[in-house]
Write a protein that binds this ligand. Structure first.
Ligand code: NDP
Ligand code: PMR
Length: 338
């Protein structure tokens, strides 16, 4: 169905009157667009008038309220239900999207959970530890199932963007704050992260919510590169990741202790100077998703103090090709693709 519409409404048409080229609105799916970075990105893209944003969210009402309070106008967005902590929900979302007949030009994997104070593990519907299950495995299945739709897009630049982070990169000061990301030999992931016959942690260690989040971000950055190696040449899709800056006021820290939530924003603003507002971070992600100058594939984008983008270096682990391939293969099995 998606193909029919994509070919029925070509991305670029030439007027028979004056020969001028016009381009149709792009279609972009953003996961977790009900708050923080996802919402700010949805707003930034919607207000250009050049994009129709599909807000893929687990809480429909929250997303609707968020879009309204951000001042987004109705014709620029559609909300669709997606719970990344359930692979059935991911499959249902993909089916509904395909049935909608919309082309897919850009997919932004942005949603995430962070459980720094968890004493006990929580699990996805399929029984994977929640942070890696949501942030990595849910997005892995989503991206794999939508890859063909991206491939069929005739938009001038089609992209798959996966949000990464500095805290997963141990080549930085922020990435050296304990607990550090470390995927080890992937024994926990291979065992299904279920806490029964395997550990809930990728490396097979004891549960640590902050580490699980950072590990999930390493998986996100490795997955982006593996997509690039496997599919960029064949499909022309741009695969990229980014660190948008420290959005210290976002909902990501909702489960952290109150003292952390109080001190973290001023600490990032005045001490590390790594702070960015949700609006600024949204502009950055919107840029990676749509700017005609950022078409390079396989890149991890960051921004300098003057807010100019640059291609950043990933840590050794976050650029380990062998690990990327293993994570891909193990994840395929876990989500039922192999
Ligand atoms: P928020 O908590 O504000 O946003 C996270 C979004 O993910 C929310 O919309 C949330 O939905 C959604 N989400 C969580 N679980 C699920 C699920 N199971 N299914 C669907 N959606 C889900 O955090 P941020 O905006 O800060 O985070 C966005 C991205 O930015 C993440 O990938 C994060 O890792 C990354 N990042 C953030 C940094 C920061 O400093 N904040 C720094 C570097 C990267 P709901 O609204 O329903 O809760
Ligand atoms: Mg970190 C030097 C710069 C720097 C930057 C850019 C960040 C970003 N942090 C930095 C430094 C430090 N942090 C230092 C020196 C400390 C020790 C005092 C510190 C502590 C700290 C904590 C406890 N930082 C944190 C936490 C969290 O719980 C956040 C986290 O790890 O979430 C996974 C976090 C973050 N620091 C950042 C960023 C961007 C985060 C949060 C989000 C993320 O990676 O998604």
């Amino acid at each position: 169905m998606a193909q029919t519409t994509a070919t029925a409404t070509p991305a670029i048409t030439r007027s028979s009157m004056d020969g001028k080229k016009t381009i149709r609105k792009g279609s972009v799916i953003i996961t977790g667009a009900s708050s923080g970075l996802g919402l700010a990105t949805a707003k930034a893209l919607a207000e250009t008038g050049k994009w129709h944003v599909i807000m893929a969210c687990r809480d429909f009402l929250k997303a609707e309220r968020a879009a309204k309070s951000a001042g987004m106008s109705k014709e620029n967005y559609t909300i669709m239900h997606l719970d990344l902590a359930s692979l059935d929900s991911v499959r249902q979302f993909v089916d509904s999207y395909k049935q909608s007949g919309r082309p897919l030009d850009v997919l932004v994997c942005n949603a995430a959970v962070y459980q720094p104070t968890a004493k006990e593990p929580s699990f996805t519907a399929e029984g994977f530890e929640l942070s890696v299950g949501t942030n990595h495995l849910g997005h892995f299945l989503l991206s794999r199932l939508l890859l063909d739709d991206l491939k069929q897009s005739d938009y001038p630049s089609k992209r798959l963007i996966i949000v990464g982070s500095i805290t997963g990169n141990t080549n930085t000061l922020a990435g050296n704050v304990p607990p550090k990301a470390n995927l080890g030999d992937l024994r926990g992931l291979a065992g299904g992260l279920n806490g029964l016959n395997s550990s809930t942690m990728i490396d097979g260690g004891e549960l640590d919510g902050a580490k699980a989040y950072k590990d999930s971000k390493v998986c996100n950055m490795l997955t982006m590169q593996e997509f690039h190696r496997r599919f960029h040449e064949e499909t022309g899709i741009t695969f990229a990741s980014l660190y948008p800056g420290c959005i210290a006021t976002s909902g990501l820290f909702r489960e952290h202790i109150p003292l952390f939530r109080l001190l973290f924003p001023p600490f990032q603003k005045y001490i590390t100077k790594g702070f960015v507002s949700e609006d600024e971070a949204g502009k950055r992600l919107a840029q990676v998703a749509s700017d005609p100058s950022l078409t390079k594939s396989g890149v991890y984008w960051s921004w300098n103090k003057a807010s100019a983008s640059f291609e950043n270096q990933l840590s050794q682990e976050a650029s380990d090709q062998e690990k990327a391939r293993k994570i891909w293969e193990v994840s395929e099995k876990l989500v039922g693709l192999a």
